[in-house]
Design a protein around this ligand. Structure first.
Ligand code: GRF
Length: 190
């Protein structure tokens, strides 16, 4: 059994898509959900799928090694709306086995502060004709790891940050679990 841990700070709709996808899988188990926010929606979603949860603070992630110690049994880390930087020690402990999803076509519209609504506002302000999602490996810098997969959607003149967010969310839920599955099973998302 390949064991996944999901890190998330927010609502967790992507995490839920992943729980659903692997719910009856004989090969892949979502073994733990970790959050830096005690009231994050993702924790409730995890409980609904009987996935164990853990919350942690800055010190436990960046200084004491507490978070890393909780991941002894874990094979892959999936970030799904996790807003803190992954510490180098964790990147080193999981070489090529931490991935993230970003709600735009990296390398554009990435980096610190580019999350949620800020991304869609920037895409609209720049007059882009298309946006999309990027699934990528995680390194010690925000949104800069190698790209594994992208999917695109049109940006229409009538789009608002909310309507664009809806299109992106649909792409994320459709592709993130399937790309994870392909990565875990073949080591590539091709
Ligand atoms: C997603 O748009 C994802 O791309 C980004 O954070 C958002 C998380 O949304 N990294 P949710 O909490 O999964 O609904």
């Amino acid at each position: 059994m390949v064991k996944l841990a999901i890190f998330a700070s927010g609502s967790g709709s992507n995490a839920e898509a992943i729980f659903r996808y692997f719910k009856d899988s004989p090969e892949v188990e979502v073994a733990l959900v970790l959050s830096n926010k005690a009231d994050a929606g993702v924790l409730e979603r995890a409980r609904n799928f009987q996935v164990p949860t853990l919350t942690f603070n800055r010190k436990e992630l960046y200084e004491t090694g507490f978070v890393r110690d909780q991941l002894q049994e874990i094979d892959w880390i999936v970030l799904a709306g996790f807003l803190w930087l992954v510490p180098a020690a964790l990147v080193e402990a999981f070489p090529g086995r931490i991935i993230n999803i970003h709600p735009a076509l990296l390398p554009k519209y990435g980096g610190k502060g580019m999350y949620g609504r800020h991304v869609h506002e920037a895409v609209l302000k720049a007059g882009e004709k298309e946006s999309g999602i990027t699934i990528h490996y995680v390194n010690e810098r925000y949104d800069e790891g190698n790209i594994i997969f992208q999917a695109r959607c049109p940006v229409d003149p009538s789009d608002t940050p909310e309507s664009l967010a809806g299109k992106i969310r649909e792409l994320e839920h459709r592709h993130y679990p399937a790309v994870i599955d392909r990565l875990l099973n073949n080591g590539s998302a091709g």
